[in-house]
Design a protein around this ligand. Structure first.
Ligand code: GAL
Length: 478
């Protein structure tokens, strides 16, 4: 008997209450507190990305990408792993659709590899690449799962000379987006232009931790970031122009999530302000259609060259904002000129097995609230949330990832809080459907709710998959 059934049985017999009125109220309130039911129609899904799962790197005319080059450069990736085979979803996609179906999800967030469709990033379409995505999308629809499609999740065709240093790349992206919308919008309603600006700009060109692994002077970064958001803007325009009346456009962004150290007015206000200033190059620029003064002051002489029309595109109205939510930044109000400061982490602050993934369940609530409080949004989705864990198979072949369940449950409870306060969060995509190529960490960090044996490609549901299936079936976190 579940807690819910017990509560029901204890308080009613054939619809007649056994408890005095006051206690019935109490039982109902307790039930309400322990079961967090999501709104009817809430979208439950899982997320993946092309380079992380597909493999088939040299098949059917796929062009080379920056991640092919980077992962084949010795010393860049843990264990010198690469995505040549990854989860082999290029061949096993039907199995993967069955994993989704078994979970009961209504939606799947996937990304397209630009270089399968345009092998050099522009010019001639590669029909075989298009056919592959037609097959995947049709298979999803056949199984009652709605595809949510990201157009760029970091795998950039190397045929685009200069990569994101070149403004031409933004233009090529616009053309690619036009083709994608024209071809797929009969079956795909929701498109996400780009995944996480900071990772392919700052981490790719300044820090050198992700492809293309460059360490340029900070002064060059402002222009690279600008090309990233310009691509998004041109993409939104192209998708609108080539989609149809049902087409919806957004993006999947990972804003820095500022969590107030205390929920008092001044710290809550500090978190709101920090959200705007701390995300100035990306989400703030998109939402406000400009670079805010604080950002331009920081850039000084290195401020990006902005051409006429750029911000008209960049500030294009979106149908939704997708948030990739992982880890907190704690902030407090203070008397500094900006009015806030960021708290340092104690060395014993808990994290999941990826050192950067500090555990802060309230991040979930504030990710939604800060965005909505700054810029009214009609619709938000969580386009990624999940965690790495050191999954080990038991002797009978199970994965008891209770720590992942703990992480997911607590984050989901906080997303639920945002919904219960009226914030327009409409869906949740768990990262990730299955273990995959975790960028510079190679196959060493597992984020999946299905375990992948990379020798046999066997997928095994972890405890977290069983748990997520229950969440979806009940439309509730218990
Ligand atoms: C996100 C990224 C995903 C995945 C995840 C876990 O930043 O979009 O591709 O790697 O983090 O690290």
């Amino acid at each position: 008997m579940t807690r819910r059934d017990f509560g029901k049985a204890a308080t009613t017999v054939a619809g007649t209450s056994l408890l005095p009125a006051g206690l019935v109220q109490f039982a109902r309130a307790a039930d309400h507190l322990s079961i967090r039911r999501f709104p009817k129609g809430f979208v439950w899904g899982c997320a993946t990305a092309s380079y992380q799962i597909e493999g088939g790197a040299n098949e059917d005319g796929r062009g080379e990408t920056n991640w092919d080059v980077y992962s084949h450069t010795p010393g860049k990736i843990h264990n010198n792993d690469n995505g040549d085979v990854a989860d082999d979803s290029y061949h096993l996609y039907k199995d993967d659709v069955q994993l989704l179906k078994n979970l009961g999800v209504g939606a799947y967030r996937m990304s397209l590899a630009w270089s399968r469709i345009f092998p050099t990033g522009k010019g001639q379409v590669n029909q075989k690449g298009v056919d592959y995505y037609d097959r995947v999308i049709d298979e999803l629809l056949k199984n009652g799962i709605e595809p949510y499609v990201t157009l760029f999740h970091w795998d950039l065709p190397t045929g685009l000379a200069g990569g994101w240093q070149s403004r031409d790349t933004s233009k090529a992206y616009g053309d690619y987006a036009a083709f994608v919308a024209k071809h797929f919008s009969d079956r795909v309603q929701n498109f996400m232009t780009i995944n996480e600006f900071i990772c392919f700009t700052d981490l790719g060109y300044l820090v050198g931790q992700k492809a293309p692994g460059m360490k340029l002077p900070p002064s060059e970064l402002f222009q690279i970031r600008h090309h990233g958001i310009l691509a998004h803007g041109l993409g939104v325009q192209a998708i609108r122009a080539n989609g149809n009346a049902k087409t919806k456009v957004g993006l999947a962004e990972n804003p820095n999530v500022f969590v107030p150290v205390m929920e008092t007015d001044e710290h809550v206000e500090a978190a709101k302000k920090a959200t705007r200033i701390g995300n100035a190059p990306f989400i703030t620029a998109l939402m406000e259609g400009k670079y805010i003064d604080e950002y331009l002051q920081t850039a000084g002489a290195h401020a990006p060259k902005v051409e006429a029309g750029d911000f008209k595109a960049i500030g294009s109205k979106l149908d939704f904002v997708g948030l990739n939510v992982y880890t907190p930044t704690y902030v407090r109000a203070d008397s500094s000129p900006l009015g806030f400061s960021v708290e340092h982490f104690q060395t014993n602050f808990p994290n999941m097995t990826s050192p950067w993934l500090r555990i802060g369940p309230e991040t979930a609530y504030w990710s939604v609230r800060n965005i909505c409080d700054n810029w009214k949004m009609p619709t938000l989705y969580v386009t990624e949330n999940g965690c790495s864990a050191d999954d080990v198979l038991t002797s009978d072949g199970r994965i008891e990832d209770t720590e992942r369940v703990m992480y997911l449950r607590n984050y989901l409870m906080n997303f639920h809080r945002a919904i219960s306060e009226g914030y327009p969060l409409k869906g949740y995509f768990l990262w990730s459907l299955m273990d995959n190529f975790e960028w510079e960490d190679g196959y060493n960090k597992r984020f999946g709710i299905h375990y992948v044996d990379y020798k046999t490609m066997k997928r095994t549901p972890k405890l977290s998959a069983e748990w997520y299936k229950q969440v979806i079936a009940h439309n509730a976190v218990e």
